[in-house]
Design a protein around this ligand. Structure first.
Ligand code: ATP
Length: 395
């Protein structure tokens, strides 16, 4: 086993496309690191450079302390699991799993034993004689995993290994991958565009955008302390609501106002985010997570200074465990999605525009109907604040 150091790595493709920019990540020995970001953010390119499938234009990749820039993929002692599984169709499950070992001229008896062990773990024992075409998607995925595990590599590199599976199977396999990685303790770099997958699997999660690393942190840290609006908007589902607002300080108390609404900013928040004091009388972006809202009828005691928003629900989606309530408010929307100038920066800039629809994730006990005036209570302890010019979190 070994740690992986990605040290100021960049990638420029032959056609001039810059896919990865100055990427530095230290993956610790035994760590499960997830690279996540929207399509085209450079995560696959980054992984392929670690695997040796793509030439490294700038910087260094080290595996177990050894610089591997010029080491061919087959000599890096890492196992890759692809979205497509890349199984050999003419070989049985047994031979697919055994393939890497056979190539290395491992003795037959050892191969037999290793494959049997791995098949047991992955519940493939009864399928060992079958060909990939006679397997379900989930079984094929497990064969691909088996092929990686059996080699006992220094690291697993996985590129969207679950994206061809249906939702239910994906959740099952996700748990299985987490368990296997924990049991084997093999350093793993896992690429996905799915933030739920990233958050559930990663010891740490690296969020990329436009070839740039925006933030690397534990899932909880990313959720609680996103570095900027892009990370805040990407982590969490539904996405964090963002509105343009004005901050006013009054001694130890503070409040934000937007479009006739007012929310208290508790002293504890000011204490946690001392830089907020510099925004007195200024505009900033306020972030409210959907799960930090509740129907005022159901929710607990009122915070003095205002913790409610009144509106008319225009869409109510009952989802069983939650109810998603959409309610338009007259406030300045802040959209991070449209920000082109940001694609190459690690910051964020708000785009003002009037009128925004907030989404609240309410408890299923909520009795809210479309077209009905609604009062929503906001957990003001958990408000987020961002600079409108740079998009960075205000701490
Ligand atoms: P996806 O999730 O869609 O696979 P990604 O985040 O993994 O996206 P990459 O596949 O790494 O992103 O691509 C990053 C950028 O590099 C994209 O703009 C892509 O179009 C570009 N790119 C990828 N491969 C090549 C190539 N062989 N030649 C030129 N540009 C490429």
């Amino acid at each position: 086993m070994a740690g992986i150091e990605i040290d100021r790595v960049g990638k420029v493709y032959a056609d001039g496309t810059r896919a990865v920019c100055d990427l530095t990540i230290d993956v610790m020995d035994g760590e499960f690191l997830v690279l996540v970001g929207p399509s085209g953010c450079g995560k696959t390119t980054a992984l392929r450079m670690v695997a040796g499938l793509e030439e490294i234009s700038e910087g260094e990749v080290r595996i177990g302390g050894e610089v591997v820039n010029r080491v061919p993929a087959r000599d890096r002692d890492v196992a890759m699991v692809f979205q497509s599984y890349a199984l050999y169709p003419h070989l049985t499950v047994f031979d697919n799993i055994a393939f890497g070992l056979s190539l290395r001229k491992v003795p037959k008896a050892t191969i037999q034993r290793s494959v049997a062990e791995v098949a047991e773990v992955l519940e493939l024992t009864e399928h060992l004689h079958r060909k990939p075409r006679n397997l379900s998607g989930g079984q094929r995925q497990r064969v691909a995993m088996g092929r990686a595990i059996v080699r006992q590599p220094r690291a697993f590199l996985m590129d969207e290994p679950l994206s061809n599976l249906d939702a239910k199977l994906r959740v099952q396999m996700r748990a299985q991958i987490a368990r296997i990685q924990r049991d084997l303790g093999v350093t793993t770099v896992y690429v996905t565009h799915d933030q739920t997958e990233a958050m559930t699997l990663g010891d740490r999660v690296a969020v990329m955008r436009g070839g740039v690393l925006l933030q690397i942190a534990s899932p909880q840290e990313l959720y609680d302390r996103p570095r900027n609006m892009l990370v805040a908007g990407f982590i969490g589902s539904p996405a964090m609501n963002m509105v343009g607002a004005e901050l006013a300080l009054d001694g130890e108390d503070a409040s934000v106002t937007f479009g006739g609404h007012r929310l208290a900013v508790p002293a504890s928040v000011l204490h946690r985010r001392p830089a907020l004091r510099g925004y007195d009388g200024r505009r900033l972006a306020v972030g409210i997570r959907p799960e930090d809202m509740e129907d005022a009828e159901v929710a607990g005691p009122v915070v003095p200074g205002g913790d409610t928003l009144s509106s008319v629900a225009d869409l109510v989606e009952a989802m069983g465990a939650d109810v998603m309530v959409h309610f338009p408010i007259d406030a300045e929307a802040v959209r991070t999605e449209d920000i082109e100038s940001l694609e190459r920066d690690a910051g964020g800039v708000g785009h003002p525009g009037r009128g925004t629809v907030l989404v609240g994730r309410f408890s299923p006990r909520t009795r809210i109907f479309e077209g009905q005036p609604t009062t929503v209570r906001v957990d003001v302890e958990n408000l987020h604040f961002f600079d409108l010019e740079t998009g960075t979190s205000i701490w």
